[in-house]
Design a protein around this ligand. Sequence first.
Ligand SMILES: C[S@@+](CC[C@H](N)C(=O)[O-])C[C@H]1O[C@@H](n2cnc3c(N)ncnc32)[C@H](O)[C@@H]1O
Length: 242
Amino acid sequence: MTVAAINPFYGARRGNPALPTQIRKIVIGNATLYRADCFDVLPMLSGIDAVVTDPPYGIGFRYRSYDDAPGKYDSLMKRLVPELVRVTADGPCFVWQSPLKAPLWHRYFPAGWRIIAACKIYPADRSRAPCLSWDPVIFWSGNSLLRDHLPRDWNVDDLRPWDGYRGGNPVPCPRPLSQVRYFCDSIQADTILDPFMGSGTTGVAAVMAGKRFVGIERDPVYFEYACERIEAASRERAHADV
Ligand SMILES: C[S@@+](CC[C@H](N)C(=O)[O-])C[C@H]1O[C@@H](n2cnc3c(N)ncnc32)[C@H](O)[C@@H]1O
């Protein structure tokens, strides 16, 4: 897939009148990153093999700029799922969710959706006792089975020793990189999309897996941080390939 294929505005980074000002596009190695509302970019994309994403859960999480009000969850999911089905041509999608919304999932996800348990082991001395030690990841695909992509429908990520999130990550709930790597290393896809990129964890995992990545994030601070992480991962990957 070429970058031109995923965006008719290819080459229109800054100063090109073809690119709407609310969309900023950056290409870093095999990663194409948009600072934009994903619903403005998704209709322009094609050639995406799989989605690995962690959208807002609608549980009042405190993001820098996004309002995660519970009342917004229904409209977000009704809009998002058909876009993901279209952009992957009914291919594999892996979507993190909050268990609090489990009673509603049947309304949004295509027939045959499955749950993957993304388990996390915390150290005993973590100051705040973790009430949730696994996150559900919803999988669906119209043209493949879960076992075509992952060796198991569970993954355990050992977060010990816990010392908080290092590196000044501005996103309040970044995914553990090792767990996202479990997905990106295994799934059958050349190009992975994350339309809710946050601090770029999926992008780092995709780049480290030697895959192409398309990421979208609307918050400018999160976006800059994601660009830095993905650039560092691309450099590391390039050195490893030499
Ligand atoms: C759960 S966080 C993603 C965290 C990410 N997995 C990480 O490891 O850093 C969800 C992200 O979606 C972003 N977001 C919310 N609505 C969006 C939209 N319409 N388009 C693009 N990004 C959006 C928020 O700013 C937030 O960064």
